[in-house]
Design a binder for this molecule. Structure first.
Ligand code: ASP
Ligand code: MG
Length: 450
């Protein structure tokens, strides 16, 4: 039986008519059954700016942004010579964008629900254009535009909705049951979904990768492909360190650690649905599709101790101290239930008898409700200006002499916090932000290039 492939294309792969044509050729070559697209590059940022500008009452500013959005999408449409009815659909969506901006402007208020709806226009517009690009490239297939909101069900937490996987699978069963056999390729939107009341939601910035994996799970795909603007995953960010090398094969666990700990290539939650279903994920460049890319699978042949180094900037260290922690139980669980309640994630943690230190993304420091609740548990101190540098690999907790090797490479660097032992796939150090790139280079040189 033919493989069922779900392919996702990011914003740069949708950036203009040429990029869309190139991406369409890839879909045809790969024989994709479902294509998930991001908004054209920069469009989500524009829509966010439009919401803010409307909320601030600056209608002239809004008009300029709406003009830019029109220009961008109609230019691509013109270059692709799209038919009149698709042009009308695009015009209707842009008119709706303007109406929503007027509503926000009138109220001087942008509710989280309105904000998600505003952000959804990017993917809805790009997917209409891409449907035409693919129709032209692949005349032997019927290409249909699918409103992903009829499939991808989520809760109603706007801005970072949680997918409802069972409901999503049910929808896919109902609407796409012939996906493997029918002569159709569906083009659909990443990043957005629908809550139980029928309102549009978003999965969080960069969420289209996650959408592709969720849809792959829902339709029981054989492969999920993520087409982006770099040739797969590298051992570190090549902009940080020239010695970075391409990784050809990597496990789900390692790739997930990399995504969570700062490697920009995949949205951190992307791999969870693929892992649940054991669906291999391919990451490649839509600009150079002939290059090898990276395969992410449950198991791969080699399992090096050090595979990659990731950098996560803008970290703050939150320390909570209280003598109440002395000889008590349940304290940590109270601390984490506060984080859970506010949906804030903690990356690295260390504890002592009376204190617990945790890293959070710096923007979280403005979360007043979170800190109010934490202060009820103990004294809170905050230090800013750190980066988390993580080594990702295998069996790190079993290797004698590992710490000596790592610290030998960075012995003159002031390390504020260390996390080793929690995962055999990760070792991380918290350092001053300015020293982050240097630490990445040194660890890469000493442990990966050696
Ligand atoms: N368009 C959305 C964003 O820019 C989602 C994505 O591209 O994955 O965040
Ligand atoms: Mg992206």
């Amino acid at each position: 039986m033919e493989k069922l492939i779900v392919s996702k294309f990011g914003g740069t792969s949708m950036g203009d008519a040429a990029a869309m044509r190139r991406s369409a050729e890839i879909c045809k070559k790969q024989n994709s059954r479902m294509v998930v697209v991001s908004a054209t590059s920069g469009t989500t940022n524009k829509l966010i700016e439009l919401s803010k500008t409307a909320e601030q009452g600056d209608w002239n500013g809004c008009e300029k942004l709406i003009y830019d959005l029109r220009e961008r999408h109609f230019t691509i449409g013109k270059e692709l010579e799209i038919p009149e009815y698709t042009r009308t659909k695009i015009a209707d969506l842009l008119a709706e964008t303007e109406t929503l901006a007027r509503g926000i402007h009138l109220m001087r208020e942008c509710s989280p629900r309105a904000f998600d709806r505003m952000q959804s226009f990017g993917e809805r517009l790009s997917s209409l254009l891409f449907t035409e690009a693919l129709t032209q490239a692949w005349p032997t297939r019927t290409v249909k535009n699918l409103d992903v909101r009829t499939v991808l069900a989520t809760d109603a937490i706007y801005g970072k909705a949680t997918p409802l996987t069972e409901k999503t699978a049910e929808n896919a069963q109902r609407l796409l049951s012939n996906l493997r056999t029918e002569n159709t390729c569906y083009v659909t939107q990443g990043f957005i979904g629908m809550d139980p009341q029928g309102h549009t939601t978003t999965l969080g910035r960069g969420g289209s990768d996650y959408s592709a994996s969720l849809l792959g799970e829902a339709v029981s795909a054989d492969v999920v492909e993520i087409w982006t603007d770099v040739d797969g995953i590298a051992t570190t960010d090549p902009r940080l360190h020239k010695g970075a090398r391409a990784i050809r094969d990597i496990t789900f666990t390692e790739a997930a650690e990399m995504a969570v700990f700062g490697a920009k290539i995949l949205h951190p939650t992307t791999l969870t649905p693929a892992m649940r279903r054991d669906i291999p994920v391919f990451v490649g460049s839509s600009f150079e599709p002939e290059k090898a890319g990276t395969w992410i699978r449950r198991e791969v042949k080699d399992a090096p101790i050090f595979r990659a180094v990731a950098l996560k900037k803008e970290q703050a260290l939150v320390t909570l101290s209280t003598p109440k922690m002395l000889n008590t139980h349940g304290f940590l669980s109270r601390v984490f239930s506060v984080f859970e309640h506010h949906r804030v994630s903690v990356d690295a943690i260390t504890t002592s008898e009376i204190s617990i230190a945790m890293t959070v993304d710096r923007p979280m420091l403005t979360h007043e409700a979170l800190f109010k609740d934490l202060r009820e548990l103990g004294e809170v101190t905050i230090e800013e200006g750190f980066s988390l540098v993580s080594l990702i690999g295998n069996s790190m907790n079993h290797k004698p002499g590992l710490a000596v090797k790592i610290f030998g490479a960075i012995e003159d660097i002031n390390v504020r916090m260390i996390c080793l032992g929690a995962s055999k796939h990760n070792f991380c150090v918290l350092v001053q932000e300015a020293q982050g790139p240097e630490v990445v280079s040194r660890l890469h040189q000493a442990l990966i290039e050696c």
